[in-house]
Ligand binder design. Structure first.
Ligand SMILES: Nc1ncnc2c1ncn2[C@@H]1O[C@H](COP(=O)(O)OP(=O)(O)OP(=O)(O)O)[C@@H](O)[C@H]1O
Ligand code: NI
Length: 422
């Protein structure tokens, strides 16, 4: 791709300085977002997806801090460090000021949508009033123009009878409708990029399908780029053009969506894909990925996934794989951080497979799940993780991924087709 990407994230590192140590939440990730594409950030709870998303807008709060890397957007530096006379790294003089971020970038150029619309909507004001005020503040429109625009936006995102619903309060809207309002709000300033942090995870599958369809339509109409954060490979299949798979603060695989699904190059991605239930089977347990993701405060040596990887060998315990292009040079790039590929000369194939013991007991049965295989459009995956402990990811209980799979998984009658229906 010769064209400059809209957003470029290069070697981004974000850490939390806590009493128990430094949490390397995002540990050197690089990815691009081009004009008009939907780029996925996918991985289990605690992988660093939300921290990566909020780092882009410089919304990370203490004790968190971006400690390395560079973020550029339309040629401007949202974040950058520079070596000063000593060896101290300092904020680059090119980096946009906090005022510029607030006035020009957030909301206007890059909008963000969170999972819980009630965090973004004030319960004591009407839906229409909030949308109108947001439009008034961010665009050069007077009150009545802003109101007209707000109603148009509500109609655009599929709110029936928007003139009437304009005066409703948030609690009078369903979860799906509230999420549509946030999409309307995000779109109302015509941003170039929308960051969506699991906006459909709390919704039931049918409503989720409708929202994903809406987003796909709006994306086509407005040419907006998206970063879509999700647990769910089914969602990735449905709307993403390119995908970054995150594990413990790192991107372990990065590819075009079809390539990622049909030519998977990392065992962790494989495990995520095999955790998607098939629509023709009734599945009661959706968690074939054994073991808990280790903590970002003290990640495993070598390849961070080796403690859960069915393909791990000695070399994986001791050396850390960077992320390399493993595709044919003539093909579009496909990056993976796994020693089994020829792009690495780590001696993987000569190295001894490691036993479950050496892997801390997580190795057994990681991927021995019979229902795996095949790329199916479904809802499940490992989504539905209990969000109640969201601020406490570092203490993932071993049953963390066993929660929340009791909602409706009957996607067959759901709205929305998939690029990957077979
Ligand atoms: N305020 C904080 N203080 C300390 N650690 C934090 C803080 N916020 C996030 N972390 C840690 O950073 C890591 C990444 O968290 P993040 O929320 O980005 O994960 P995620 O991939 O978005 O997970 P989820 O799917 O549950 O939202 C986790 O280890 C988490 O515990
Ligand atoms: Ni998150």
């Amino acid at each position: 791709m010769t064209q400059e990407p809209l957003l470029r994230v290069n070697d981004l590192k974000t850490q939390f300085f806590t009493e128990s140590g430094v949490v390397r939440a995002v540990d050197g990730i690089s990815f691009d977002v081009n004009q008009s594409e939907i780029v996925g950030l996918v991985g289990e709870s605690g992988a660093g997806k939300s921290v990566a998303a909020s780092s882009i807008l410089r919304l990370v709060e203490r004790p968190g801090e971006i400690v390395g890397g560079e973020i550029t957007f339309k040629g401007e530096t949202l974040f950058g460090l520079e070596e000063q006379s000593g060896s101290e790294l300092q904020k680059s003089p090119e980096m946009l000021s906090e005022t510029a971020m607030r006035k020009r970038i957030r909301g206007q150029e890059i909008a963000i949508i969170f999972q819980d619309p009630m965090e973004s909507l004030n319960p004591v004001f009407t839906i229409g009033g909030q949308l109108r005020e947001f439009i008034e503040l961010n665009r050069d429109l007077d009150k009545s123009e802003a109101k007209r625009e707000a109603i148009d936006m509500l109609r655009e995102v599929g709110i029936p009878e928007p003139e009437k619903r304009y005066d409703d309060y948030p609690h009078q809207f369903s979860g799906g409708m509230r999420q549509r309002v946030l999409i309307a709000m995000a779109l109302s300033c015509e941003p170039s990029l929308i960051i969506a942090d699991e906006p459909t995870t709390a919704l039931d599958v049918t409503v989720e399908g409708q929202i994903l369809d809406l987003v796909a339509d709006l994306q086509e109409k407005y040419g907006t780029s998206f970063i879509w954060v999700t647990h769910d490979m089914g969602v990735v299949a449905e709307i993403c053009d390119r995908v970054n798979v995150m594990y413990l603060g790192e991107i372990v695989e990065q590819a075009d969506v079809d390539d990622l699904f049909h030519n998977t190059n990392h065992p962790y991605t494989q495990a995520l894909l095999e955790s998607i239930p098939r629509p023709d089977e009734t599945v009661t347990e959706l968690d074939p990925i054994e073991g808990v993701m280790p903590e970002a405060i003290n990640p495993p040596s070598g390849c961070r996934f080796h403690t859960r990887c069915p393909d791990a060998r000695e070399v994986c315990v001791h050396a850390h794989p960077d992320t390399r292009n493993v595709a044919d040079p003539a093909a579009s790039p496909h990056h993976a951080a796994c020693f089994m590929h020829d792009a690495f000369e780590a001696g993987y194939w000569k190295s001894d497979p490691i036993t479950a013991d050496a892997k801390g007991g997580f190795g057994e049965g990681l991927l021995n799940d019979e229902r795996g295989g095949g790329v199916q459009k479904t809802d499940g995956g490992i989504r539905g993780v209990d969000r109640s402990g969201d601020n406490d990811n570092s203490s993932n209980g071993s049953d963390k991924h066993k929660h929340g799979h009791d909602h409706n998984h009957d996607r067959d009658n759901g709205a929305g087709g998939s690029k990957h229906d077979e």
